[in-house]
Design a protein around this ligand. Structure first.
Ligand SMILES: Nc1ncnc2c1ncn2[C@@H]1O[C@H](COP(=O)(O)OP(=O)(O)OP(=O)(O)O)[C@@H](O)[C@H]1O
Ligand SMILES: Nc1nc2c(ncn2[C@@H]2O[C@H](COP(=O)(O)O)[C@@H](O)[C@H]2O)c(=O)[nH]1
Length: 190
């Protein structure tokens, strides 16, 4: 069976991690763990949420792509992807939109992109505060050009990504279930 990857993308707070956790719990889809130099949030665990790196150790890995997001390095390694595919032929990964475009261009047919969005962007700040994010980090993130960029579906993904409106989780979940049904059928028929 061909290995596939569900790339979950969208602006901060739109629910990418929530979707990834849902796929893990209900569809047994493992998440590819990526690397970052950002400090861990309360409750985040090294090797589960991220591989937390220093500015120096970050560049010891072999990246399919890496980006700077709101002042920190983030990258997805070939090693991380292989570990995921050894566990299951269908895996997921959470990326900013720049990374999602790179994945789509590099892996083509193997990639299924989910782009998350909300109707009112101001709600996103409240979600981040409610999540317990540091207020200064939230301000910095909202002021970043990466945040503004990720609010729109990139041109390169138009007509390719599934757009998921996540104003209400129950509705978003139903949309994801339909996509997962199609995906598991197509994988079974290969
Ligand atoms: N539909 C929803 N309605 C309200 N809150 C939600 C919804 N979906 C997710 N959340 C909550 O919003 C917060 C942000 O969600 P999540 O961490 O999944 O976003 P994210 O896109 O991964 O963010 P980031 O890119 O900043 O890591 C979480 O506390 C999550 O529980
Ligand atoms: N292009 C990549 N983007 C990544 C990677 N790992 C995470 N991310 C994205 O970065 C922002 C910020 O993440 P956060 O955990 O600090 O909120 C978010 O959009 C993630 O999806 C990666 O390896 N490459």
């Amino acid at each position: 069976m061909t290995n596939k990857i569900i790339v979950i993308t969208g602006a901060t707070g739109t629910g990418k991690t929530t979707v990834s956790d849902y796929l893990k719990t209900y569809y047994r889809v493992p998440q590819v763990i990526t690397h970052t130099t950002r400090p861990a949030r309360k409750g985040e665990v090294n090797g589960k949420d991220y591989y937390f790196e220093t500015d120096r150790s970050f560049f010891d890995n072999h990246y399919l792509e890496n980006v700077v997001y709101s002042g920190y390095h983030y990258g997805s390694s070939y090693e991380g992807l292989e570990i995921g595919w050894q566990r299951n032929p269908l895996v997921s990964i959470v990326l900013d939109t720049k990374g999602a475009v790179t994945y789509e261009q590099q892996l083509g047919e193997q990639v299924v992109v989910l782009y998350l969005t909300v109707s009112n962007h101001t709600n996103l700040v409240n979600r981040l505060k409610k999540r317990g994010d540091d207020t200064e980090m939230v301000q910095k993130r909202i002021a970043s050009e990466e945040y503004q960029r990720d609010l729109q579906l990139p041109q390169e993904l138009k007509g390719k990504a599934h757009v998921i409106l996540n104003d209400h989780w129950e509705n978003a979940r139903k949309q994801i279930d339909v996509i997962m049904q199609e995906l598991t059928n197509s994988v079974a028929n290969q």
